[in-house]
Design a protein around this ligand. Structure first.
Ligand code: AQP
Length: 332
């Protein structure tokens, strides 16, 4: 059976981008067709300045939202990365496989290190080594597929390179995974700045739809989305990125492809109105289920505990084999 791994960082409240680009597909498709693991990758949230209490709160919230979105612990494994020691154990071996140049070429490292410096902060070593930990997250489970939004494709490509290099040097140990992107909304853009991704850790809340935003707030954010000059509704991501983003969101909510949808609208206003309502309807059941689950944190904790136990069992033999392959004495 195909093995799938994917994760979400507790760096902010989950956004429409996380939902359309990842979580919805995990729930609707991936958990039904594969042996899937979905992780709250909390260690990755420590690569930039963070507030410990907030990370803890966001981790539980992310888990609750993942379940609210339809992940079913009877079908897939939902767990917190830091509960499974195999990830950091394997990460070190992959740091010994990756090169400094490879890690420095990662777009996310470049962008985030520039951002940290601009904010007068120092750049943590873990920001540079982040892709080695992400590779460990994936390779520890002999993962075949990694469903991600296209912002993570470069990291999955590096994971492939590291797996191949390791296998070549030390013998077949890891499955070489591949990234899969959702058919639409692989990259939902910020409504106020359609040149940048709708990212949950980004500052401008006005351009970001959070899954737990009140319905009126969702409507207001969509209605105030930046559109482009001209009046015609066309699907042209280069010339009209704001309108294209709305069309992609609408398409992801209700079907129909963005170019066809463009032909249906005569004004930006009516496009925004329909997009706002489509997003509100999409999120309504998730919010309702979240409210039920949030009232029973013991249930979420139990799911995470059982998920971590399953994940540990799966990862242990793979990581032990990797330790042995590089020449380390078995612990006995
Ligand atoms: N805007 C997006 N459009 C489509 N997919 C997205 N994803 C994230 N944003 C979008 C996908 O959601 C999964 C989990 O994302 P993440 O936690 O790794 O990243 P984030 O939500 O973008 O959080 P940050 O902290 O704001 O990230 P960065 O590091 O970019 O600053 C992934 O599958 C991701 O592709």
């Amino acid at each position: 059976m195909t093995r799938i791994f994917s994760g979400i960082k507790p760096t902010g409240h989950l956004t429409l981008g996380n939902y359309l680009g990842a979580v919805r597909r995990w729930a609707e498709v991936d958990q039904h067709r594969a042996d899937a693991l979905f992780s709250i990758v909390d260690l990755h949230a420590l690569t930039v300045e963070h507030d410990p209490a907030r990370v803890r709160r966001l981790s539980r919230q992310a888990a609750t939202l993942m379940l609210a979105a339809g992940l079913d612990p009877a079908r897939c494994t939902v767990f917190v990365q830091s509960h499974v020691g195999a990830h950091t154990r394997l990460s070190y071996l992959l740091e010994c496989t990756a090169t400094d140049g490879e890690l420095r070429r990662m777009i996310q490292y470049k962008e985030k290190s520039v951002r940290a410096k601009a904010a007068g902060q120092s750049v943590r070593v873990s920001l540079l080594t982040y892709p080695a930990l992400m590779a460990a997250d994936i390779l520890a489970y002999r993962t075949d597929e990694v469903p991600v939004g296209d912002d993570q494709t470069q990291h999955v490509e590096l994971t492939r390179d590291l797996a191949e290099r390791f296998n070549l040097r030390y013998g077949p140990t890891f499955t070489v995974p591949r990234a899969t992107n959702p058919p639409v909304a692989a990259r939902v853009m910020d409504l106020q700045d359609p040149s940048s991704k709708m990212g949950k850790s980004h500052e401008s809340g006005a351009g970001i739809i959070y899954l737990l935003d009140e319905m009126d707030v969702v409507r207001r954010k969509v209605m105030r989305a930046v559109t482009d000059s001209g009046r015609e509704v066309e699907y042209d991501p280069v010339a009209k990125p704001g309108v294209a983003n709305l069309l992609e969101i609408l398409s992801a909510c209700g079907g129909g492809n963005p170019s066809e949808l463009a032909g249906v609208y005569e004004s930006y206003g009516s496009l925004k109105q329909d997009t706002a309502e489509a997003v509100v309807e999409l999120l309504r059941p998730v919010r309702a289920r979240h409210a039920e689950l949030a009232a029973d944190p013991g249930h979420v904790d139990k799911v995470l505990k059982e998920g971590a136990e399953r994940a540990r069992e799966m990862a242990r033999p793979v990581v032990d084999a990797a330790y042995e392959a590089v020449g380390l004495l078995p612990a006995g």
